[in-house]
Design a binder for this molecule. Structure first.
Ligand SMILES: [Zn+2]
Length: 260
């Protein structure tokens, strides 16, 4: 938590989403033969019905709601989301997968992402929304970091990624995300990359983490990308995910966020 700076009553609130954003990797597909029927045991006639039948009637869940408005906390759609990438712990060839995933999230949310290139900034679960190395008068860009469970113990075991964003609350009490981070488990994802459908699987993990970044929580429906566990059959946003991503891009336009 940072002291108030700049505008009166300004508070930088670290979200709790890092704790919520872990993704447990379970059964990575080990068969590379014909895909088994995925719906044989479930009478789901189409994806719309499947989404509607999930525990969340909207087909998506949000990580945080604004205490004043009760609306989901989102990034301001009027402010481009700058991001930097640390590829130091990345398997070879994944840079393009990240670019593809960012492009999908940008299209499905309508939010604008600005690639500010590579960085050697390491991941930090306590990372703040403002960092001197990026300038005193701007929010730090989102950090997408490839790392491992030695550097980030919360990535231990089957957890392949973590993501969350930090909200800025203005004098009126309105909160918007201003920065965030995505931490990807390089060794785990390297192993997935080498398996069947590896590129699509890794891209799906990045998509899932970017879903957290923009404010989505897990859902109980395993046919959605925001299901908490890796599902080799789901590599693109499904109906509930798409509704959620659209909602995350439809937050209030907050053009005058104070930057200290
Ligand atoms: Zn997750």
């Amino acid at each position: 938590m940072s002291p108030a700076r700049g505008a009166a009553a300004a508070v930088l609130a670290l979200t709790t989403s890092l704790a919520l954003g872990g993704c447990v990797l379970t059964s990575v597909a080990t068969d590379d033969g014909p895909a088994p029927s995925t719906t044989s045991s479930a009478p789901a006639p189409d994806t719309t019905s499947a989404a509607a039948a999930s525990a969340d009637p909207a087909g998506y869940a949000v990580l945080e709601t604004d205490e004043v408005t009760g609306a989901p906390i989102t990034y301001s759609p009027c402010r481009p989301i700058a991001y930097v990438t640390n590829l130091a712990g990345a398997p070879a060839g994944v840079e393009e997968l990240v670019e593809q995933a960012v492009a999908v999230i940008a299209e499905d949310t309508g939010l604008t992402f600005t690639d500010e290139g590579s960085t050697d900034e390491g991941p930090d679960p306590e990372r703040e929304a403002q960092l001197a190395e990026y300038g005193d008068d701007v929010w730090a860009p989102v950090l997408i970091a490839w790392t491992d469970d030695e550097a980030i113990p919360d990535l231990a075991g089957d957890t392949v990624g973590l993501a969350g964003s930090q909200a800025y609350t203005d004098a009126e009490g309105r909160s918007s995300y201003v920065s965030g981070d995505v931490m990807l488990d390089g060794p785990d994802l390297s192993a997935i990359l080498e398996g069947p459908g590896g590129e699509a699987q890794v891209r799906a993990v990045v998509l899932h983490e970017l879903g957290h970044l923009v404010g989505l929580d897990h859902v109980d429906d395993p046919t959605q990308l925001m299901f908490a566990e890796d599902n080799p059959e789901v590599t693109e946003p499904a109906a509930g995910d798409l509704a959620g991503l659209a909602a995350m891009g439809a937050g209030p336009c907050v053009e005058d966020l104070a930057t200290p």
